[in-house]
Design a protein around this ligand. Structure first.
Ligand SMILES: [Zn+2]
Length: 570
């Protein structure tokens, strides 16, 4: 039994994520985790909320709540939505946990011992009115380059020029509007990534099987311009992991916290400790410490392309730089963006479908199927209501749903709710078996390779093959002349339903569970030999006709939803 560690990029605590976020990491990670479990592997699948940083503080202030309370509430909300989409995390942790705090401080301490941390004095905008240092993007003013009056401290959105807050004319705080900003001296810790460039590059070069999307982004950051830069890993904020050297105070760094991007990926490890604390597992070290059993673990990360630099460079720099035997990632599966109806999803303007709203409209399997079968792998993808309607109505309702309904209802009317006996298989059945054997092999290859879209295509073809067989074998016609022949066709078709319950489970787990119950199955064991799998339900086995598996989306509904999600959410 192989052992697989799987992590999804951890969603930021602030607000509910949209469908593009879902398909960019959590959902394909869940698909892979379910598939590997289904095939009998030992899997640890982890995700968490990313809770530190200024946006969380500001969102909490806006909600009129202390930031820790706000984060605890939002964690519950995100956790509930994850359950709604059937994301099968072994644990859904929190980056603000005590575990992550201790581990982050530990890594900073050992990195310092390895000579990879340096202190840097710099000046930063301070707002006496806000009582805080302002991150660059919370300062706005007039662009010195183009005159645009809402240029941010880090960049002008109008002319795209990279800026320093001091460059801005008439700068003000976007938090309070205060204009009495002043430059103050402050001290920060930097992780000396530049010293590790060769080691990181050699490691990335050794990953010849990684997707080009992943390695090209990493290489760009390693080599473009002046090459890999040292990175500030502390901030002057209240909310975050206090800066410490292991368990010791860090002189001169009192009152500061680690930068959210330093502590967030460490939560992947801390989450496994939280998993043990929650009583769900016993030994986290055998997943993470190569000196404690993790050497044979295959570790796969899922993320959107914007997160690739941090996972190919910053987090590996933390792991490698520590000099300790931590497990490094083996494979990074990254995704492009999902767009919405000719534009982008927009959280601020409420444009597009958000995870909570999606579940109000339709059950999760509808969304899971569309999103995974249209995953933005080789390029950006686009959600349109027309495509969603067509895909749901055709693939789910007409192909899979219709097959299950016709077979079970026909059987009930002619033979009762029991697998009929008699008759034998002929040429049509042999041809179907040959086709399915080939397709199943391809399906497994594509799933092993995390080719999400191609896996969906193959699964759809496996469903369609059953439909075509049923249509041409026509048991309703055969029944009049040769009831035994009809019995054989129905028996095979009922076994196909069982097979579909197994193979479809990673994509549409709820539907799979309905089929499992209807066919009265004890388990959903992955098929070995297809011949055997298609006689697993013997003559005499009972079943019940399930409720309609999928309903069709009407044109009226499509238009209503198109209107409803076009923008303006609070
Ligand atoms: Zn400008």
């Amino acid at each position: 039994m192989a052992r697989h560690l799987i992590t999804s990029a951890i969603p930021y605590i602030n607000g509910i994520k949209h469908l593009g976020n879902l398909v960019g990491s959590q959902l394909p990670a869940d698909l892979y985790a379910r598939y590997l479990r289904g095939r009998g592997n030992e899997v640890l699948f982890l995700c968490a909320t990313d809770e530190h940083g200024t946006p969380a503080e500001l969102a909490a202030a806006k909600a009129g709540k202390p930031v820790d309370e706000y984060c605890a509430e939002m964690h519950e909300v995100q956790s509930g939505i994850a359950e709604g989409f059937r994301l099968s995390f072994d644990h859904f942790g929190r980056s603000s946990s005590q575990r992550n705090q201790e581990l982050t401080q530990h890594f900073a301490g050992v990195l310092d011992e390895q000579g990879l941390i340096r202190e840097v004095s710099e000046t930063q905008m301070y707002s006496p009115t806000d009582g805080r240092y302002l991150p660059d993007r919370y300062i706005e003013g007039t662009c010195p380059n183009c005159g645009f009056d809402s240029a941010r401290g880090d960049q002008c959105d109008n002319c795209t020029k990279q800026l320093d807050p001091v460059d801005l004319i008439n700068p003000h705080s976007t938090i309070s509007g205060a204009t009495d900003l002043e430059m103050r001296e402050t001290k920060h810790l930097y992780l000396c990534q530049s010293q590790m460039k060769d080691e990181l590059e050699a490691w990335i070069d050794s990953k010849s099987d990684w997707p080009v999307l992943t390695t090209s982004i990493a290489k760009k950051w390693l080599n473009d311009g002046d090459g890999l830069q040292d990175r500030g890993i502390t901030r002057d904020l209240d909310w975050g992991v206090p800066v410490k050297k292991g368990t010791e105070d860090w002189p001169g760094m009192e009152g500061k916290v680690f930068y959210v991007w330093f502590d967030a990926p460490i939560e992947y490890i801390a989450c496994s400790q939280e998993w043990v604390d929650a009583g769900k597992g016993e030994d986290w070290q055998r997943w993470w410490r190569t000196d404690a059993g993790a050497a044979d673990v295959t570790y796969t990360q899922f993320m959107g392309k914007d997160n690739v630099p941090f996972h190919t460079l910053s987090f590996p720099a933390t792991i490698l730089g520590s000099g300790e035997p931590w497990k490094l990632v083996d494979y990074i599966k990254s995704f492009n963006y999902l767009n919405y109806e000719g534009g982008q999803f927009s959280t601020s303007r409420g444009r597009g479908v958000f995870m909570d709203q999606a579940l109000e409209v339709l059950p999760s399997d509808y969304w899971r199927w569309w999103l995974l079968s249209h995953a933005p792998e080789s390029s950006d993808a686009e959600f349109t209501w027309e495509n969603f309607q067509a895909s749901v109505n055709k693939d789910l309702a007409d192909v899979l749903g219709n097959f299950v309904s016709r077979v079970t209802k026909f059987c009930r009317s002619k033979f009762g709710e029991v697998v009929p006996e008699g008759g034998s298989y002929g040429e049509a059945e042999e041809a179907l078996l040959a086709e399915l054997t080939e397709r199943l092999q391809r399906y497994e290859q594509m799933m092993d390779a995390m080719e999400v879209r191609k896996s969906a295509q193959e699964l759809r073809a496996i469903w369609a093959a059953g439909n075509e067989y049923l249509q041409s074998a026509a048991p309703w016609a055969a029944f009049k002349e040769d009831p035994e022949r009809a019995a054989a066709i129905v028996r095979l078709s009922l076994n196909l339903i069982r097979l579909y319950a197994v193979l479809s489970a990673p994509f549409i787990p709820d539907t799979s569970a309905v089929l499992k119950e209807a066919m009265k199955l004890d388990s959903l064991d992955w098929p070995g030999d297809l011949n055997e799998a298609l006689s697993a339900l013997p003559a005499g086995a009972e079943f019940t006709v399930p409720e309609n598996l999928f309903r069709k989306i009407t044109d009226d509904e499509r238009e209503e939803w198109q209107q409803r999600f076009s923008g303006k959410r609070d």
